[in-house]
Write a protein that binds this ligand. Structure first.
Ligand code: GLU
Length: 424
């Protein structure tokens, strides 16, 4: 039995299919050595665990959790942990692969990982979530760690989740190990600016792209799919640059006002009612309608594969900034290219989160903490440099920004692998 036998099939139009297609395209573009290409098509390690959890009614439920570690060529594995009913191994492996490229494209010293638990966090109490998280951490205790693999927040996990992981890991080791996770509360060694970082990084990328394309910021319109951490911060930080939010959606639907929506009013409404739907003074729209809206910048900041062959032709935005991981399928990317829509790919557009995770890890290891201004300045410097490098690559090779970002990222990983050699 080989690792092939336990790995999932890359279903057509699924996230793993997209991740592998992007890698194969990059391999061809940069002339990647076949041995390194073959190695990078597979995760280094995949862990599946059972997580028996005491529920509030006294019963036990056994959840399934995964952690995939794609590569360690450039440093320890790094990546988020998501809690969602649709979590599956295919998505987790694709996510780990994307983290490898994301860390490489912004040139921070990590490989990629991703994890998840199949559960519905919206229906679980804090106590149930805590017990599930602690047991999951115990099951992973030998494979995570500051030098091995460092989890972080993702879909439906947050600073509290990271605090439970850090505490459980530390109790098992017998001493405090804050650097085992990032995205922690600041009282436990979290970095200032981490919560806003993914959105802030995305806004830096959008600003750079609009400058390159000669699109004025003032009065430009944008629409956001997903109003969780990333979508909210993108909206909050684009507004002061002079851009106007015209629509936002979440899993329940969305709201539209072509004259502009106040971001703070929408955040407040979402906090109060649990959804962006029904903000006074707005009309209701669907997720499908949002993707087809005429606007300058469209920010998909929710799930994978939302822009696909079936709807890419409807997109009327001038630019897409991928706040989410893997929102555009390879077939959709081709359609968007034909329409001349500029796509800032996920591994660049949403790399601000892992960049500030890196700052958090560095600060934690040194036990020396930076001001929020320092964090934001260093984030800006990294995002601007990465954007410039990818843009220059896209011009030099005459390819879209995703192909360029992949060429830069895969090139860096391949160079590290070449210098290290393949053991033994
Ligand atoms: N989950 C985030 C991402 O996909 C952050 C990962 C991290 O900070 O390690 O980039």
């Amino acid at each position: 039995m080989s690792i092939e036998d336990v790995l999932p099939e890359a279903g057509q139009d699924g996230p793993l299919y997209a991740a592998l297609t992007q890698l194969d395209d990059a391999a061809e573009l940069i002339g990647l050595a076949p041995a390194i290409h073959q190695k990078l098509r597979k995760p280094k390690r995949v862990i599946a665990v059972s997580i028996p959890t005491l529920m509030d009614d006294g019963s036990h439920q056994v959840f399934t959790g995964y952690r995939a570690q794609h590569s360690m060529e450039r440093g320890p594995c790094k990546g988020g942990l998501r809690y969602h009913p649709d979590v599956n191994l295919e998505e987790v492996i694709a996510g780990a692969m994307w983290m490898t490229w994301k860390c490489a494209v912004v040139n921070i010293p990590y490989g990629g990982a991703k994890g998840g638990v199949i559960c519905n966090p919206k229906e679980m109490s804090q106590g149930e979530l805590e017990r599930m998280t602690r047991r999951f951490t115990s099951e992973l205790v030998e494979v995570i760690g500051p030098e091995k693999d460092i989890p972080a927040p993702e879909l439906y996990t947050d600073a509290q989740t990271m605090a439970w992981i850090m505490d459980t890991y530390s109790m098992q080791k017998g001493y405090s190990v804050p650097a085992v996770v990032t995205g922690k509360p600041t009282v436990l060694g979290g970095s200032l600016g981490r919560e806003a970082a993914t959105g802030r990084g995305c806004v830096f990328a959008i600003r750079e792209a609009m400058c390159r394309l000669g699109l004025p910021l003032t009065g430009a319109t944008f629409a956001v799919q997903g109003f969780g951490n990333v979508g909210r911060w993108v909206a909050r930080l684009l507004e002061p640059l002079g851009l106007k939010l015209v629509a936002a959606t979440d899993s329940q639907g969305g709201c539209l006002n072509p004259d502009g929506i106040s971001v703070e009013a929408l955040v407040e409404h979402k906090v109060q009612s649990g959804t962006v739907v029904g903000l006074p003074g707005t009309d209701r729209i669907t997720n499908k309608e949002l993707l087809a809206l005429e606007c300058d910048v469209l920010v998909p900041a929710a799930l994978e594969n939302v822009i696909h062959q079936g709807n890419a032709g409807d997109v009327r935005a001038k630019m897409i900034a991928e706040g989410a991981n893997g929102p555009t399928t390879p077939a959709a990317q081709e359609i968007l290219n034909d329409k001349g829509i500029f796509v800032i790919p996920d591994i660049l557009a949403n790399a601000g989160g892992v960049t500030v995770s890196y700052f958090e890890w560095v600060q934690g290891l040194q036990a020396y903490f930076w001001t929020e201004e320092e964090v934001n300045e260093r984030l800006e410097a990294i995002m601007v440099r990465a954007f410039e490098e990818v843009y220059a690559e896209s011009q030099a090779r005459n390819v879209d920004m995703r192909a360029a970002a992949m060429a830069v990222a895969v090139g860096r990983v391949a160079e590290a692998q070449r210098m290290r050699g393949i053991y033994p």
